[in-house]
Design a binder for this molecule. Structure first.
Ligand SMILES: [Zn+2]
Length: 674
């Protein structure tokens, strides 16, 4: 290859071709990959089929930091004549050069190897955390591990052939078509997607899993994956899955578009969940037991990612300007699914919370138009959901539902913008929606007053708004004993914690949680009632109650610690970690075991645990102000973590400690030895 000449060549193409989708239509992508857990590398071959729409001299495939391991091959169809092509690899794209003729179909074969920096993660292979490999395409670019098309406006039919150790489960988009054992304990898994999708939705997840399978009313297999030790958590984690799936198919009016639906929890995930086509990957922090279900369940994320299978995966935004067509719709339909299982109050309550968040955002000067691609997720998700709630109220349920159905059918497997949806609603409504669009979508400010007027149709919301104790009048005592909603009573408890009586403890889980969180000074006469909070079916309540009781009644500390000794709490070990800290600092409590408790807390800072556990342990060590060498080493390692939120937490804390004269020397030593 002659670099200068070909550079010129490719440069020309660049100038005339702002959008490759005008020239090329990629049809399919057949992938064969092998994953090496020692090198943390991906090696594979990819075979694209594409049609040429306009004659062009070169095309590209997105491929970040990839090494081509064999010559790039072009196959002319239908003749099957084969050419070896010149290519240029600029570390972001592979450019290939040929005389690509209009209306012709070609295949291109790339063989590659890469150690992905992003989008595919090897988790746990060097420590005691569960050994997993999983991907996150959206926001990270699939082309970090798989040569593909980052432009979401080109949809391809994918086929994956993944080779991996036989004792692991391998899951990818589409239907498992074939599973064959190869040499030395490896298994080949072939997954086929029947329908096209954008490359950012391509995904795989590998780990040790068992699965529980149900079938939807329409016959779609619903595969729910779980860690082998977690069989008792399957029911609470995946509660309402089939019910919500059946509901959404009915409500949306368009059958679920893919061959099956799989949900896989993974360790150290970057978000709550990701709606890869037919394969939702979600954070294992949502794997809960039946007590954890009451506080932090997966239901909302479950419904949200499922709704994306239509809104996002079946019809996909053309660009970030129309991001609400994905997130607003997923948030709204998740709310409808939750309304179906939890009832109307829940639905209005969430809308109320969303409206408050949007109101606060506007007041802090952060409000944006819903069509601003730089909007916050509060805007895309929550204002987007509000738009659909308000639109349905305006045009009526019948028009709304039919318009959504028409929109999905018309643009299925294609890309959409806001006008495409609005046009479908206008066509059935018979009137222009110009004013609605200007106010609800385009304006920078969320129409809060209109939203509140809509909510006040709910008696439950009316009652909540009217019940208020900011002024701390005599009415507060009445509210505390009145048969009002748990939300309203919790608000009063938070406003006047000093006035609660023993009777308020009889109000159920939510109000009792409000007591545990708000009543931090416990009156002697309520001690017995307060102690009963330690037995509530809520890890949030138990944690707050343990801390407050321990603080208020020093003479009973040992008794509280003995009672809560075996409790772990959520998967982030919230109660166990608090317990260790309290046991460590309580004078005369199990003196001989104190070092052991301290060591256990230190162990939770290591990469054997999920970042949620680690962040909790680091925070407690900071509060106790006792970092030992091991903890400092683990913290330094955490500053390099791929999860940016955890990484930035660790970096901040590392910054504080390495400026602290007591830790400075050790911190420098660790830094230089790594
Ligand atoms: Zn979403």
């Amino acid at each position: 290859m002659k670099p200068i000449l070909s550079l010129l060549f490719f440069f020309l193409f660049n100038l005339i071709n702002a959008q490759q989708t005008d020239y090329v239509d990629f049809k399919s992508c057949k992938v064969l990959v092998k994953l090496d857990t020692v090198e943390k590398s991906v090696e594979g071959s990819v075979r694209f089929q594409f049609d040429i729409l306009k004659r062009v001299d070169s095309i590209y495939i997105d491929a970040k930091n990839m090494q081509m391991t064999k010559p790039v091959v072009l196959i002319h169809l239908p003749s099957k004549t084969v050419d070896t092509l010149q290519y240029r690899n600029d570390s972001a794209k592979i450019w290939v050069k040929s005389d690509f003729l209009k209306d012709k179909t070609y295949e291109l074969i790339l063989n590659y190897k890469t150690v992905p920096k992003n989008a595919l993660y090897f988790v746990g292979w060097g420590n005691d955390a569960p050994n997993q490999i999983w991907t996150q395409g959206q926001g990270k670019y699939t082309s970090n591990w798989l040569p593909s098309i980052d432009d979401m406006n080109d949809k391809l039919k994918f086929q994956f052939n993944i080779q991996f150790d036989s004792d692991y489960e391998v899951v990818a988009n589409g239907k498992l078509f074939l599973k064959t054992n190869t040499e030395e304990g490896k298994t080949d898994h072939v997954f086929i997607m029947g329908r096209p999708m954008s490359s950012y939705l391509a995904a795989l997840a590998i780990g040790k899993y068992d699965k529980y399978v149900e079938t939807s009313e329409s016959g779609i297999p619903l595969e729910m994956y779980y860690y082998p030790g977690d069989s008792l958590k399957v029911e609470p984690t995946y509660r309402y899955t089939k019910q919500m799936f059946d509901f959404l198919e009915q409500e949306i009016g368009v059958p679920y578009p893919w061959q099956n639906y799989k949900q896989v929890p993974v360790h150290d995930f970057l978000y709550a969940g990701m709606e890869n086509t037919s394969l939702t990957i979600f954070s294992d922090a949502f794997v809960v037991d039946s007590i954890g279900f009451n506080d932090r369940n997966y239901v909302n994320v479950n419904a949200h990612e499922l709704a994306h299978q239509w809104f996002g995966d079946l019809v996909t935004e053309t660009s970030g300007t129309h991001h609400w067509l994905q997130e607003g719709f997923a948030t709204y339909y998740a709310l409808l699914a939750e309304r179906h299982v939890f009832g109307d109050k829940y639905y209005y309550w969430r809308l109320y919370e969303y409206a408050q968040e949007l109101f606060d955002q506007d007041n802090s000067g952060q409000g944006t138009s819903l069509l601003d691609p730089k909007s916050s997720s509060v805007t895309f998700y929550k204002r987007g959901a509000w738009v659909l709630h308000a639109l349905k109220e305006l045009v009526g349920e019948k028009v709304f539902k039919q318009a959504v159905k028409n929109y999905l059918m018309k643009y299925q497997f294609k890309n959409v913008e806001t006008a495409n949806f609005i046009d479908e609603v206008e066509a059935l409504y018979g009137k222009q929606l110009k004013n609605f669009v200007a106010e609800w979508l385009e304006a920078k400010t969320f129409p809060y007053n209109k939203a509140m007027a809509s909510l006040e149709q709910s008696v439950f919301i009316q009652e909540y708004l009217m019940t208020d104790c900011e002024a701390k009048t005599a009415k507060c005592d009445y509210y505390l004993s009145a048969p009002i909603s748990a939300e309203a009573k919790s608000k009063i408890v938070a406003q006047v914690p000093e006035r609660i009586t023993a009777d308020v403890f009889k109000d159920g889980l939510k109000v009792r949680q409000a007591i545990a969180k708000s009543v931090v000074k416990i009156p002697e006469e309520l001690k017995a009632e307060y102690e009963s909070l330690l037995g509530d079916d809520s890890y949030v309540t138990q944690e707050a109650a343990l801390y407050n009781l321990w603080t208020n009644f020093p003479e009973d500390r040992s008794r509280y610690l003995d009672k809560m000794k075996g409790v772990t709490g959520f998967s982030d070990k919230n109660i166990r970690q608090l317990w260790l800290v309290l046991a460590f600092v309580t004078p005369n409590y199990q003196e001989e075991l104190k070092q052991q408790y301290f060591n256990e807390l230190i162990s939770y800072t290591s990469s054997n645990y999920g970042f949620e556990v680690r962040q909790g342990a680091f925070s407690y060590l900071q509060a106790l102000d006792v970092f030992n060498e091991k903890a400092l080493e683990n913290l330094y390692e955490a500053t390099k973590h791929f999860n940016w939120r955890f990484k930035s937490f660790a970096k901040d804390l590392w910054g504080v400690l390495s400026n602290d004269s007591r830790y400075q020397d050790k911190a420098n030593q660790i830094k230089t030895s790594h």
